[in-house]
Design a protein around this ligand. Structure first.
Ligand SMILES: [Zn+2]
Length: 265
């Protein structure tokens, strides 16, 4: 990894996934933050995003954007707090909010997990459209995001490729695996993948170790694959062991992130 401060840095503010871990908090659930020359972006701020961000030296007021890939609370419970931080303690509109359609507008029954009041704190709100690539201007530059359709039990859930300061960062979000999905993640420098279960254990709408092997064999990120959103069983069998197995079978460098860990890319 380069030490050039102009390159993006990714900080994990939570690497735990699954309903048991969500309540037990063996691993935190605050998502991750990307800090770069052109933008600071918090992705999937679940419970603990604010507190863990502060613990690891992240200023929520300096965020340019918050991204919520779907409206399940383990991905967005702290989003209102970050929206208040990004908008000058909610005293003026500020920042960019990129969310799944349900995260922005609520579901068909009008159920919401982020209030309309908080969404409206952002200056620029984008309800993600599948396969669209969109450019955003920040105070310090710009970034582009390509929205990738995923298969999850929140039907508007998405993953993305982020084009930021000459780096391409992919993030799967929560999704079931398919080869077609893997193809959409081709061309990334770094691919962050939510891996809930070890193989052969599987669960609908999420990926397991063998899925990540298929994913990396097709997507082939040039620098690194990072596992996060790991569930109870995955944590028990050993994330490092699973990451090593994935690395051996794909030839792609692969690590399982730890809470608070930073990667310069
Ligand atoms: Zn989910």
């Amino acid at each position: 990894m380069s030490n050039d401060k102009n390159n993006p840095e990714i900080i994990f503010l939570g690497t735990g996934g699954g309903r048991v871990n969500l309540i037990k908090q063996w691993r935190a659930t605050g998502g991750f933050r990307i800090n770069s020359r052109s933008a600071s972006i918090h992705v999937d701020p679940g419970p603990g995003a604010l507190l863990n961000g502060l613990k690891y030296g992240q200023n929520p007021a300096s965020l340019d954007a918050v991204i919520v890939t779907h409206f399940h609370i383990d991905h967005c419970l702290d989003a209102p707090l970050l929206l208040e931080a990004m908008s000058g303690y909610a005293l003026k509109k500020g920042g960019i909010f990129i969310g799944s359609e349900y995260a922005v507008n609520g579901d068909k029954d009008g159920d919401r997990s982020i209030s309309k009041y908080h969404i409206d704190r952002a200056e620029n709100v984008y309800s993600a459209k599948f396969e669209e690539r969109k450019k955003f201007i920040t105070r310090r530059g710009s970034f582009e995001i390509e929205i990738i359709r995923t298969k999850h039990d929140e039907p508007t859930a998405f993953g993305f490729k982020l084009f930021l300061d000459s780096r391409i960062i992919g993030y799967t979000g929560d999704t079931e695996y398919s080869d077609a999905l893997a193809k959409k993640f081709e061309g990334c420098d770094v691919l962050i993948a939510n891996c809930l279960k070890p193989s052969p254990d599987g669960i609908p709408d999420h990926m397991k170790t063998s899925d990540i092997i298929h994913l990396l064999n097709i997507a082939k990120p040039s620098k690194l694959a990072i596992l996060t959103h790991m569930g109870m069983k995955f944590l028990k069998v050993g994330p490092e062991r699973e990451a090593k197995r994935i690395e051996n079978e794909t030839g792609t460098r692969c690590v399982a992130a730890k809470d608070g860990e930073r990667f310069e890319i």
